[in-house]
Design a protein around this ligand. Structure first.
Ligand code: SAH
Length: 237
């Protein structure tokens, strides 16, 4: 059976004990039915992956003993995924897929036509952690607080290129051009971008407007398609 992989906040070091939270203990001992002596894989998002053994197993807590490193830290390319939050389940999907596909940072942005004004950052972060646990990742992208797109663009870092997925280019066949380096992908909400946002984005020297093919994709599909395109052209695939 595949070993359980667990993300822990504590920095991992061979020979050290790791105490479990109530939720982690419930998952390992209640749900996965592990007991003393059983093995799990741990990662902390900074130090790679380690083998660990259950030392104490309780209902409300427990301890693992961290053994040798099994994989080094593998960081994704310097890619931010920026998207306008949509319905809850679809937003969860975008965060999960971004973590699986190798985004370094996930940034929800509020655009003019964004319907959702609030996100639960902690819940979205938990989805990113779960995705990293499942996909064998050793890195967890940070989910940023929801920020207004105009403010984000006002402080845009000079060296970061922006892959602007523009639905008005549908079918235009604009290929993704550019060199590897710091990048961000921007996906709009269900209502698309406003004309003023489009004008502003197009005027940015860092922005590259791209088409994602001849069909209009839903925002969650567009996020996955854009990451696939970016990763295969400029990323670590
Ligand atoms: N309501 C809009 C579509 C929004 S789709 C309309 O009908 O025009 C949501 C987001 O997905 C868009 O803002 C864009 O960022 C991205 N997207 C979807 N399909 C795309 C395509 N073919 N090319 C580029 N971006 C696309």
């Amino acid at each position: 059976m595949a070993k359980v992989r667990l993300y822990v906040e504590q920095s991992l070091r061979q020979g050290e004990g790791v105490s479990l939270t109530r939720e982690q203990a419930h998952y390992l001992f209640g749900v996965m039915r592990l007991g003393v002596g059983d093995e799990v894989l741990l990662f902390d998002g900074r130090s790679g992956e380690f083998r660990a053994e259950v030392g104490e197993a309780g209902k409300r807590g427990g301890t693992l003993l961290c053994a040798e490193q099994t994989r080094p830290l593998q960081t994704p390319p310097d890619l931010w995924l920026m998207f306008a939050p949509i319905k809850k389940a679809r937003t969860d999907f975008i965060v999960e897929k971004a973590a699986e596909m190798g985004a370094a940072r996930i940034c929800p942005v509020q655009t003019e036509f964004t319907n959702s004004e609030r996100i639960r950052r902690d819940r979205l972060q938990a989805h990113a952690v779960e995705a990293a646990e499942q996909c064998g990742g050793t890195f967890v992208p940070e989910v940023a607080e929801l920020a207004r797109l105009d403010r984000v663009l006002a402080d845009w870092p000079e060296e970061r290129r922006l892959m602007f997925c523009d639905e008005t280019l549908v079918g235009a066949g604009e290929a993704l051009a550019g060199a590897p380096g710091p990048w961000a992908i921007l996906i709009g909400p269900e209502g698309g971008f406003s004309e003023s946002e489009r004008v502003r984005l197009r005027a940015m020297p860092q922005a590259v407007a791209v088409s994602l093919g001849p069909r209009i994709l839903r925002a969650d599909t567009a996020a996955v398609a854009a990451m696939t395109l970016w990763q295969s052209h400029l990323g670590d695939w």
